[in-house]
Design a protein around this ligand. Structure first.
Ligand code: UTP
Length: 271
């Protein structure tokens, strides 16, 4: 089954990246030679997406649109139509995804958080699509986490053993305490959702932190037995914090510049 539409939420406050995000949106911060959001759109394009719906905020949304359209399409993105949609207030990730509901309609879609960048050569979307029973169930991308990571992420509730990298899930909880964590499988920012998620988000009350939480909608998908997980074999680069942005710059810089950069880095460490 091919999934041809992606929703990319990029309208968060980015408070962990202050002061860089006082004026510039987090999605536009540069990683090596391009803004973070471009990596997500490129990854979606590699997975066959023709329509990338980017959820933007009121102030900086037009800059994101301009980045992709000024002077014509970017190389490799000629076949992708970029469609911005405004989230008027940052009321949570679930609220941001729901802002795209009228554009997605009843299609099954990829969701990619612009904060998370895949490691070169480790695209995650094809495995998610492959586990979606022809687009009939939602699939989360999961990864075994350390104690420190676990309390900062959504964590999956397993309902079966892992078989060939996939398992059934009965729900998810947002940022659990270590004692309350239902598993060690944390959610990476890559998903396949059926349009059922919109119906759930529409009804959702604000959850943790007063925000409409995507994890609460995911939990309901699990309760309805409409949720699977895929355990990824590589982690993802989180550019939503200063140290994460720095780490991603090193990984992607080494990939792009090879020995030119690694030699410099080694010399720098030894000096
Ligand atoms: P985060 O959980 O990192 O929140 O969002 P944030 O507001 O961007 O950043 P901090 O916590 O204040 O530093 C995860 C993803 O969801 C998007 C963000 O842009 C990011 O891609 N998001 C979050 C929205 O689009 N809207 C929201 O209301 C919240």
């Amino acid at each position: 089954m091919s999934i041809d539409v992606a929703v990319i939420p990029a309208a968060g406050r980015g408070t962990r990246m202050r002061p860089a995000t006082r004026v510039v949106s987090k999605a536009l911060l540069t990683v090596v030679d391009r803004p973070a959001i471009q990596y997500a759109v490129e990854e979606a394009a590699r997975a066959g997406v023709k329509e990338a719906i980017v959820v933007v905020d009121l102030d900086t949304g037009h800059l994101i649109s301009q980045h992709f359209s000024l002077e014509g399409p970017l190389p490799g993105l000629e076949d992708v139509q970029l469609r911005p949609v405004v989230q008027e207030e940052p009321l949570g990730l679930g609220h941001a995804v729901n802002a795209a509901a009228h554009m997605v309609g009843d299609r099954t879609f990829f969701c990619l958080l612009a904060d998370d960048i895949v490691r070169p050569g480790h695209d995650l979307l094809p495995s998610l699509a492959a586990g979606s029973h022809d687009g009939r169930v939602s699939v989360l991308c999961l990864r075994e986490l350390t104690d420190e990571q676990l309390v900062t992420k959504g964590v999956a509730v397993p309902a079966s053993e892992v078989e060939d990298g996939y398992l059934d899930l009965s729900g998810a909880v947002e940022k659990p305490s270590l004692e309350a964590a239902p598993s060690r499988l944390g959610l990476l920012g890559r998903y396949v959702f059926t349009s059922e998620v919109f119906e759930i988000l529409e009804q959702l009350e604000p959850g943790r932190g007063g925000e409409i939480q995507l994890t609460d909608a995911i939990n309901e998908l699990g309760r309805r037995k409409r949720l699977r997980g895929h355990v990824a074999t590589s982690d993802i680069l989180d550019v939503g914090t200063p140290i994460g942005l720095l780490e991603a710059s090193v990984v992607l810089g080494e990939h792009q510049f090879g020995s030119e950069f690694s030699t410099w880095l080694e010399d720098e460490r030894e000096s």
